[in-house]
Structure formats: C-alpha cells, structure tokens
Ligand binder design. Structure first.
Ligand code: NAD
Length: 481
C-alpha cells in the first residue's frame, strides 16, 4: 500500500506489515511516509488551495464529493474486503455499518454545505446612515486528519468529507493498524478526478513518524484527531508551537444505568450490544454498568447468558457476532486488565481469558467477552478505558447515588439510561456529564446532531453543521451604507 501525494501514488523504502488479526498473517506491506514526503504533501495541499480547487465554488465541491460517494458505492465490495482484512470484524457488521456509513459521510456533508447558515447584521452608525455586516465562510487551509483503527473508514471519512466540503485540502493519516480502506479512498479520489494535492494520504505511526511530522508541521493549519486521550494530549503539546486549530474525539469509560422499572429484556439486549459491539472497540461502548439493586442478580445472569451466546468466528462466517481485537498488542493490553481485575478482587462472572479454537485463529487476537462484578468505584478496571469486550456491573440504590457514580470519571463521552420513568430520564439526562445520553437505546445516531465528549473525552463537536463550523473560518465583511 502506497502513499498518495499530489495526485500520485508514492512508494517508500521503509515498510511495515499489515496484519490480519483473525490469524496473524501479513496481508500487505505498507510504505511508511518519511518527513520529506510529509513536506511534499503539505506543499501540494497548500498549492491546491491556490489552484482550481481554491477557485471552485461550493456547487463544484458538492458535485465532486457526490462522485466520491458514487464511486465508493461502485467499489463497495473492495472496501468491504479491505476493512475486514484490516480489522477481522464480522462481515455483517462491516456491511451494515462501516462501509455504508463511510460512503454516506460524503453525501451528508456535501448536502449540508448548502444549508450552512451565514449571519447578517444591520448596524446603525453614529451618522445615521448605517452599515451592513455579514459573514462568509472560508476554509481553514491545510487540515491534518489523524484517525484510529476501530471504525477506520467511517471515522476517517467523518473528517475528510466535511473538511473537503468546506473547501480545505487534506492530509490524512490512517492508523498503522488499518491502512487498507484509506488507500482505497485515495484510489477513488484519483478515479473521480479530484485535483492533485486536495486529498493526500500518508501512512505511518505516531511518534517519530507521519503522525508527529503532521502535528509539528508549520504548514498545517488544523489537526482533527480521533484516538486515545493520552495521544490527544501529546498532539496538543506538539501543535501548540504553531497554534493550530484542534478538534479532538478521545476516549471514554461510558456508563450504562439500568433502573428496576426498565423494560428488562430491552435493557439486557441494549446493554449487551453496548458492551460487546465491535468486540468492545467503539469509543461509545459501555464499560461501567450500574443496575438498580432489586434486579441486580437477575440482570447479571441475563447479561452473562448474552455474553456466552456470542459467536467468536471468522468474519465470513454468517453466524459470527464477535471478531478478534485489532492486534496481539491490544490483546495483551486487554488481558492485562483481565488479570488486574482478579488482583483487584473482582468476581469474573464469565470470560476472563482467551478462547482456544484448535486452528490458525489461535494465532489471531481473539479474547473472551468478559463480565466483572465486585469491584469498588476506585478500582483501576472501573476507572481506566480498557477498549475490549468487557464491563464491570455494580448495584446502586437510587438516582443520586448512581448519578454520583456515573459522573465520578475523568471521561465524559456517552451514557445510556434504561428506565420507563420519562421524568427521571429527562432529569438525569441533563445532569449526566457526557456529550451524548441515550434513553432506552444505544448507538442510535442522527448524523446531524452534535457529537463529542467532555472532560478527557475531547474538545469540540463533530456532526452535521458542527463539523462544517470547525472546518470553516467565518470572515466578517462590513459595508458602510
Ligand atoms: P491512538 O491514540 O493510539 O491512535 C490514533 C491515531 O493517532 C493513529 O493514527 C496513530 O498512529 C496516531 N498517533 C499516535 N500517537 C501519535 C502522536 N504522538 N502524534 C500524532 N499521531 C499519533 O488510538 P487508537 O488506539 O487508534 O484508537 C482507540 C482510541 O480511540 C480509544 O481510546 C477510543 O476511545 C478512541 N476513540 C474515540 C472516538 C470518539 O469519537 N471519541 C472514536 C473512536 C475511538
């Protein structure tokens, strides 16, 4: 897999392997971008702002972005295969979520551009004649997009599409774990005739590699990043020297709260999905479950049955409901938390280890879905993001207690509330420290709504016009009448 810079695919001598987490085989070699190639990408992106792209009106950009979506749709199966090869996720999941949402992002942000509001003010001047002030939106310039591995195409295009819609040029760096769909996206950009330099792709790692070259580069105007909170903090330090605009979607340790009056089956089903979806590797996944005491034992038993019914299988097995983690290294991290949970005194209700298949999947990165109980709120397993198919379930008595427990976290991305009491849902929804609160559902997303976290979970909001506002700079024009 090559880089894509200034409208051309570029190979480099430094290579790193792209590993299939299902069985550990290397399915591709990836060309790592060096500092000189990132320099070239920045220069090309800067030049493109002054070229035909910079002079293109919004209708031209909308038409191009819609062509990108159409071409991706025509190559749907290529994207599907690439996403599965990189992540090992069940085909049913990638077919229903990752690829269609990745495509939809280009249509959604193209269409939203037409509805981007501008402001007008009629001002009374001291001489009584007045003035008309209004705003126009300009692109920020060259935007560095740094994406994670958990929903590779969806989260990369969630940034690339609005950045391009707003007229910026982009240098995208996918995660080193998941370079495949980003490389296909570069092919699509080429095929639809995106002007050279508008979309560039550089492969590599974070520190000492393409990630750091981007965040420290003087020629980049903004960085939009999704990933771990600690990485966000490092990027903020790196970007400070050049005062870049920053948008951060970071980690979470999300709470699911189940009241005794909830629709029990729906709460169990929704909570199980929120814990185990994508092998627990969604920033919105629930890792802390709080259940009102009268239904605690029954709920844990029902959640255990759900976990044990998950089918850990190859992506193309239609029965598969859970794939592997992204890599052996990430599996080591998740397993270290399984060990730590025991040291901290947890009861392992189910799971806690790795499955044994007796075939080449034993070389992959599968872990057992795991449920823990019995830990205090200060235990590291209850406070730190694990990012695997695991949750801790604790009982609570009453609204105030559960609110205090849910909010006692450094993170604040999402929460899910399960109750039939509508007044309580509204009351708690306001008081929960999270960017999004779901009531009797999870992962139900209207892509126009603001999306983002508080505390360590991020800075700013993406989604709909919120994304476009980040990628556009309003300029005020004041005309004396
Ligand atoms: P990560 O922070 O390890 O890596 C993300 C990206 O940053 C990768 O492309 C990586 O190469 C790059 N990177 C790493 N160090 C860097 C540095 N010093 N400078 C520049 N770039 C650097 O995250 P990950 O492991 O890929 O993803 C999982 C994390 O992402 C979890 O914490 C998860 O909660 C979070 N996440 C958040 C959201 C959200 O919307 N809030 C969505 C998905 C994932």
């Amino acid at each position: 897999m090559r880089n894509y810079v200034d409208g051309a695919f570029v190979a480099t001598d430094a290579r790193f392997p792209d590993v299939d987490p299902v069985d550990g085989h290397v399915h591709a070699e990836v060309c790592e971008a060096d500092a000189a190639l990132v320099d070239r990408a920045v220069a090309a992106a800067r030049a493109a702002l002054r070229g035909p792209w910079g002079r293109m009106g919004s209708e031209g950009r909308i038409a191009l972005l819609r062509r990108v979506a159409d071409r991706m749709e025509a190559r749907f199966d290529d994207f599907l295969r690439a996403e599965i090869a990189d992540t090992g996720k069940p085909e049913s999941l990638a077919r229903a979520i990752d690829v269609p949402r990745g495509i939809a992002n280009f249509r959604i942000f193209a269409d939203l551009l037409r509805g981007m509001p501008e402001e007008t003010f009629h001002t009374e001047t001291p001489d009584g004649q007045g003035a008309l002030s209004y705003t126009v939106h300009k692109p920020l310039g060259v935007v560095g997009v740094i994406a994670p591995w958990n929903l590779p195409l969806l989260l990369l295009s969630w940034k690339v599409a609005p950045a391009l819609a707003a007229g910026n040029t982009v240098i995208a760096k996918p995660s080193e774990e998941t370079p495949a769909t980003a490389t296909l996206l570069a092919e699509v950009m080429d095929e639809v005739g995106m002007p050279p330099g508008v979309f560039n792709l550089v492969h590599g790692f974070g520190p000492g590699s393409a990630g750091e070259f981007l965040t420290t580069h003087r020629g980049i105007d903004a960085i939009t990043f999704t990933g771990e909170s600690a990485t966000g903090s490092a990027i903020m330090r790196a970007a400070a020297a050049n005062v870049k605009a920053l948008s951060f979607e970071l980690g979470g340790k999300n709470a699911g709260i189940v009241f005794a009056d909830a629709d029990f089956d729906a709460a169990v089903e929704g909570t199980a999905r929120s814990v185990f979806a994508n092998c627990g590797q969604v920033c919105l996944c629930t890792e802390r479950v709080y259940v009102e005491r009268p239904i605690f034992e029954r709920f844990v038993a029902a959640l255990k049955a759900r976990a044990e019914a998950l089918v850990l299988a190859r992506p193309d097995d239609p029965a598969a409901t859970m794939g592997p983690l992204i890599s052996r290294a990430h599996r080591d991290k998740v397993l270290s938390y399984y060990r730590l949970a025991r040291e901290e005194g947890a009861t392992v209700v189910t799971g806690g280890g790795i499955p044994h298949f007796g075939d080449d999947r034993d070389n992959g990165a599968y872990v057992q879905p795991t449920i823990l109980t019995g830990l205090g709120e200060q235990a590291r397993c209850v406070r730190e993001e694990i990012f695997g198919p695991v949750c801790h379930v604790a009982p609570f008595d009453g609204e105030d207690e559960v609110l205090a427990m849910a909010n006692d976290s450094e993170y604040g991305l999402a929460a899910a509330l399960w109750t039939r009491d509508l007044s309580r849902a509204h009351r708690l929804g306001r008081r929960l420290e999270a960017g999004i609160v779901w009531v009797n559902c999870w992962f139900l997303r209207d892509l126009r709504t603001p999306f983002g976290g508080v505390k360590l979970s991020g800075i700013g909001r993406e989604g709909g016009l919120h994304s476009l506002r980040f990628y556009a700079e309003p300029t005020t024009i004041c005309v004396k009448l």
